[in-house]
Design a protein around this ligand. Sequence first.
Ligand SMILES: NC(=O)c1ccc[n+]([C@@H]2O[C@H](COP(=O)([O-])OP(=O)(O)OC[C@H]3O[C@@H](n4cnc5c(N)ncnc54)[C@H](OP(=O)(O)O)[C@@H]3O)[C@@H](O)[C@H]2O)c1
Length: 242
Amino acid sequence: MSRTILVTGGATGIGLAVARRFAAQGDAVTVTGRRPAPLEKAAEETGARAVVCDHTDPAALDRLLAELPASVDVLVNNAGGNTDLDAAPDGGLASYAAAFRANLDANLLTAALTTKAVEDRLAPGGAVVHIGSIAAARGAGSLGAYGAAKAGLGTWNLDLADVLGPRGITANVVSPGYVEDTEFFRDRLSDERRAGLVDATATGRAGRPDDIAAAVVFLASEGARHITGQVLEVNGGAYKTR
Ligand SMILES: NC(=O)c1ccc[n+]([C@@H]2O[C@H](COP(=O)([O-])OP(=O)(O)OC[C@H]3O[C@@H](n4cnc5c(N)ncnc54)[C@H](OP(=O)(O)O)[C@@H]3O)[C@@H](O)[C@H]2O)c1
């Protein structure tokens, strides 16, 4: 049976791989993002509906609601990234505060606002899956807020799982390690740093967007109806749990 899926930030990288997987199952997918050009390309390739939306902006989310179906089976809160890679703080406290807030907005507020926006439309038997990061457990290697924002997402999800559970809706985080073929690093990942990230895995390779997409599709599937309030680490063993 075809389901309705919303993938935020679905035009590139991990979000695009998620959109591809759901579309290949015959689901009706909506992808969002701030830039129209990659969205149009993703829509053309996958058959998804594309809607321009900045998920930090409540008014933009109100407009998005008008474009969405009355019932949403799966919400994938994927939009995000380390905003410090776009604009490093210049050293002053005001700029540090702005950069800190930008990461919280991009990675934590986006997911919370989007979930609140579609909460009443989430269908029984549905799923919310957020894309976290290995940085939530390991830190992000700087005093920026990226790792803290992703960790906060996991904590916020604990309450979300309790709120949605009685309606038969699950809420989980898929937490990737290093994933190549995305726009995350903005072409600024050195060969040395990349080699270090691959060396840190037990599998000896970088993650691929489809590794993450497969985990998302599983958490939204019939076989995962009793899995909620969890963080699923997908990192080739770069960060292990027990
Ligand atoms: N790649 C990795 O190694 C890695 C590792 C751990 C976690 N992650 C997480 O995986 C998720 C996907 O990132 P990616 O690796 O696939 O990188 P990506 O290719 O840069 O994808 C991020 C997508 O999110 C969209 N986006 C960002 N902020 C948005 C906003 N405010 N509103 C709407 N859309 C927004 C971007 O499009 P626009 O710029 O057009 O809005 C872009 O399409 C992110 O949450 C990231 O933190 C990635």
